[in-house]
Design a binder for this molecule. Structure first.
Ligand SMILES: Nc1ncnc2c1ncn2[C@@H]1O[C@H](COP(=O)(O)OP(=O)(O)OP(=O)(O)O)[C@@H](O)[C@H]1O
Length: 274
C-alpha cells in the first residue's frame, strides 16, 4: 500500500492540489514527447520529475509555463486552467521558473537582476508613475525591501553590488533562484537546479531548496538528473520514460520499484539512496 493509499484508508482528508496535470499528450511532427501524463502537486510539496534523456521532463515544464500547447489533457493551477495561456500570463498567475542554462543579465548587478524579477509588482506604467510619483516611489521602496530580504535569505550579501557575470557559477544559479523568488510565486519550477555544480555548490543549493519549501512553504516542481539530490529532497518523485510516467511515489517507493530499476539499468544514474 502506498503512503497515499494508507492515508486514504485511514480516512485522512487529501489536500486540494496546487497543480494538476491530467492525461497530457504533446506531440511534435511524429515525436510523442508526452504520452498521457498525469500528476498532482500538493501545497508545500517538493515534487521531482526524473527520467532518462528525452523522457519528456523539459516538455512538462514547457507545457506548464505556456511555451508548448499540448494536443490533449488539462493543466490546472488552483482554479485556473493553464492550457492556451501565454508564458507571461502564466508567470502573472504566480508560476516562476528557473532554467537549465543561466538566463540572467550578466552585466547587471545581483540587486538589479533581482529587481527585474519584481517587474510584475510594478502596478504603474511609466505615465502613471509620473502622475503618481509618490506612490511609485513607495512602490520602488517596497520592491527594494523585498529584494533585500531575498539577498539575506539566499546569503547573497557579499556579491550584491557585483555584476552577475563575474560571480562563480553556483552563485549565479542562486541569483537565478532569487530572481524567481522575487516575483513572489505561488509555485516554483526548478529545471536542473544543480546541473554543473560542484559538491559544495550542490549542498548549498539543496539547503536553499529545502528552506524555500520549509520556511516559505512554497510548492516546488523540480526536474533534476542528480539522483542523490532527488532522493534526499523530494517528497514525491515521478519517474518518466518515453513520455509516460512509469511510477509516482515517495523516494523509497520509487527506488524499490522493479520497473523503475529496469528503466534505469544501464543508465549512468542508478536509483539509490545516497
Ligand atoms: N521543440 C521540439 N521539437 C521536436 N521534438 C521535441 C521538441 N521538444 C522536445 N522534443 C522531443 O520530445 C521528446 C522529449 O524531450 P524532452 O526535452 O522533454 O526530454 P527530457 O526528459 O527533458 O530530456 P533531457 O533530460 O535530455 O533534457 C524528445 O524525443 C525530444 O526530442
Amino acid at each position: 500500500m502506498t503512503a497515499t493509499e494508507m492515508r486514504q484508508s485511514e480516512g485522512v482528508q487529501e489536500p486540494t492540489p496546487v497543480l494538476s496535470f491530467e492525461d497530457v499528450v504533446l506531440t511534435f511532427a511524429g515525436v510523442t514527447a508526452l504520452n498521457g501524463v498525469s500528476f498532482t502537486v500538493d501545497p508545500g510539496e517538493l515534487f521531482a520529475v526524473i527520467g532518462p534523456n528525452g523522457a519528456g521532463k523539459t516538455s512538462i515544464f514547457n507545457v506548464l509555463s505556456g511555451v508548448y500547447r499540448p494536443q490533449r489533457g488539462t493543466v490546472r493551477f488552483g482554479d485556473q486552467d493553464l492550457i492556451g495561456r501565454r508564458p507571461h500570463a502564466i508567470a502573472r498567475l504566480g508560476i516562476a521558473r528557473t532554467f537549465q542554462n543561466i538566463e540572467l543579465f550578466s552585466n547587471l548587478t545581483v540587486i538589479d537582476n533581482l529587481m527585474l524579477g519584481r517587474h510584475h509588482h510594478h502596478p504603474y506604467g511609466v505615465l502613471a508613475a509620473f502622475a503618481w510619483l509618490g506612490k511609485a516611489r513607495r512602490n520602488e521602496l517596497a520592491n527594494r525591501n523585498a529584494v533585500e530580504e531575498i539577498v539575506d535569505f539566499l546569503e547573497l550579501a557579499q556579491w550584491r553590488r557585483l555584476p552577475v557575470g563575474l560571480l562563480p557559477y553556483g552563485v549565479q544559479k542562486r541569483v537565478e533562484l532569487g530572481r524567481a523568488l522575487a516575483s513572489e510565486p505561488k509555485l516554483l519550477l526548478l529545471d536542473e537546479p544543480v546541473a554543473g555544480m560542484n559538491l559544495e555548490e550542490t549542498e548549498d543549493m539543496a539547503r536553499f531548496i529545502l528552506d524555500i519549501r520549509d520556511e516559505l512553504g512554497l510548492p516546488i516542481v523540480m526536474v533534476e538528473h542528480d539522483m542523490g539530490l532527488v532522493m534526499d529532497l523530494a517528497d514525491r518523485i515521478m519517474v518518466m520514460d518515453f513520455g509516460r510516467p512509469i511510477r509516482t511515489g515517495t523516494p523509497n517507493e520509487v527506488a524499490t520499484d522493479p520497473e523503475v530499476v529496469r528503466a534505469y539499468l544501464g543508465e549512468e544514474h542508478q536509483v539509490e539512496r545516497s
